[in-house]
Ligand binder design. Sequence first.
Ligand code: AMP
Ligand code: ZN
Length: 466
Amino acid sequence: MAVRFFNTLTQQVEDFSTQDGKTVRMYTCGPTVYHYVHIGNLRTFTFQDLLRRWLRYRGYTLNHVMNITDVEDKIIRNAMQQGKTLGEYTEVYEKAFLEDIDKLRLERPERLVRATEHIQEMLDAIAKLKQDGYTYVSDGSVYYRIAQFPNYGKLARLDFSGMKSGARVDVDEYDKDDARDFVLWKQRKEGEPYWDSEFGAGRPGWHIECSVMAMKYLGETLDIHAGGIDLTFPHHENEIAQSEAITHKTFSRFWLHAEHLMVEGQKMSKSLGNFYTLRDLMDQGWQPDVIRYLLTSAHYRTKLNFTMDGLRSHASSLERLRNFKLRLDSEKFPEGTNAQLMERTATALRDFELAMDDDLNTAGALAAIFEFIRDANSAMDGGQFPAGNREPAQALLAAFDSIFDILRPVEREGGLSDEAIDALVNERIAAKKAKNFARSDEIRNLLLQQGVILEDTREGTRWKRK
Ligand code: AMP
Ligand code: ZN
């Protein structure tokens, strides 16, 4: 069964394939590094991480490029206010972005590329568009004439009949649903950073960087282009207009868009001020694995409402998952194999895979795992879970965790490593044997202070992190 994705371009769920049968040429729009990213942005990046992992699970190799937008209106404004160069201003937020995605266990793309390092390629692309009649100059800036591109609007499926001919826009953020000629090269403004070029001193508009960097590293036709739903129009529509005007080829075969993270019915966004950064939540004591779990739990094409209650319930459900793993790994089971339970495990794996194949239905995939856990727990309670069933169940959890990556607790900074904990646990066992109860109690308390809980069971001592 093939992996299937909802393609924004066709508005249909389609079987996925790649051009060469193996490597996925994937481009995703990365962050604008003018501030810390918020967890709404991180929802979209987490979706891209799941996408990467599922494609790899299904045998594909990834060639994934993500851009870093490091020249843009807000960046310029803030850098100028602080008397910094663009690079000085953006490096702080780029570094913070990388730290945040590491904390959330998001895999790094094969290539992360900065807009400011591709200015010449952008100028070459604009020159080509000019040569083919897609541009005009107004007030010293170069614009893309969308009336020249008959397919304009094919991604967003908007009706442009009421469009004002020649209406143009030169800011990086503008009204949705309003088609305008967009700027490719902006004339320099007094005091702003600029590059010299055949179009005069200036700097690129926002859209051209993605067309140029995607095609430079991935070729003229991508397999997947992804981003948040708000990028569909105008950003992705403009990327298509630029790229396809240059190549006369399909720019991307699949377009995948993640829905928004919401707060009280509104999109989480910096401009509305209703946002949390990962740092805000961690300062309140939330661990990034709980946040990752929350962000992965809903299907990427549904809106996800962010609440503290949601975080709390995900924290306890994550605890259930981990308790089950601990039980599965450490409990002593009766000898033998239960064929029915074997079948149950295989069904759970199949349901998990079918759900993920079905446009990354993470909610369905989680349901398959939780239903299995419920059945396995009650089999264990009734002494009906034989030792021969342990390994297949562990393999199921490993498959699940190769995608969700939440079962491993966060290593506390400066905290104890697993090895150090094991060593202390062994020392405590030896101390108890030697009837040195003062030392054994001391070790229990010491571990507790580090957030490690010991449980003495008939089978011996096991531990878990709080
Ligand atoms: P930006 O840095 O603003 O270009 O945004 C980076 C990514 O986050 C883009 O793919 C946006 O579509 C996405 N994004 C912005 N706000 C949200 C939100 N509330 N929920 C999910 N994704 C978002
Ligand atoms: Zn882009």
